[in-house]
Design a protein around this ligand. Structure first.
Ligand code: FE2
Ligand code: FE2
Length: 190
């Protein structure tokens, strides 16, 4: 469990590990258990959307600010998020009993793993060098807070570039969470 004093890199890496554990669990579910597959896929989507929104609100703006080629890096990461969001939207609309569900889930896993490696191998080490410890801790606190109110469903039509995504975020998060509460979606999600 991430604590309040964790810096932004520790907080985000913790999220990455959680999602990777869910990916591994998905492979262990029987192909005939459509309900369990749906529930786990929903938990993956919830976690990924919250994580992505928090990164877009705080991590990538810091990347733009502190790294000389930050704009280029942030634009690329945001484009990855937008692609993953479209895949998650597809996944929401396919019945978990369909063969196609596996294909789309597999594509999501592949793209997210590549994105995670890119962040952990390139972006995080560079940001750690460019920022002091207090800045990293402050960003960590902001990311934790953003995740608590972030949307839980993919909204691929929402603008992916700040500052517009920040305006879409909170209200959309409220609506998503109300829907989740009523439907019981994501009950087991972290
Ligand atoms: Fe990311
Ligand atoms: Fe990430």
């Amino acid at each position: 469990m991430a604590t309040q004093d964790d810096d932004v890199i520790a907080v985000l890496k913790h999220d990455h590990r959680e999602v990777q554990e869910m990916f591994a669990r998905f492979g262990e579910i029987s192909a005939t258990d459509a309900q369990e597959r749906r529930e786990l896929a929903d938990a993956v989507i919830i976690e990924l959307v919250r994580h992505a929104v928090a990164e877009e609100q705080y991590l990538y703006p810091a990347v733009r600010r502190y790294l000389p080629d930050g704009d280029e890096i942030a634009d690329k990461e945001i484009a990855d998020h937008a692609a993953a969001e479209r895949t998650m939207k597809e996944l929401e609309e396919i019945d978990a009993g369909e063969k196609q569900f596996d294909d789309v889930f597999g594509r999501l896993v592949f793209d997210v793993q590549r994105h995670v490696h890119d962040e952990e191998d390139n972006l995080f080490p560079r940001l750690a060098t460019a920022c002091d410890a207090e800045t990293l801790r402050d960003l960590g606190r902001k990311v934790e807070r953003a995740k608590r109110i972030a949307p839980t469903r993919p909204h691929p039509v929402a603008p992916d570039k700040p500052p517009l995504n920040r305006l879409v975020g909170p209200g959309t998060g409220l609506v998503d969470r109300a829907r989740d509460l009523i439907s019981g979606r994501g009950k087991g999600a972290p």
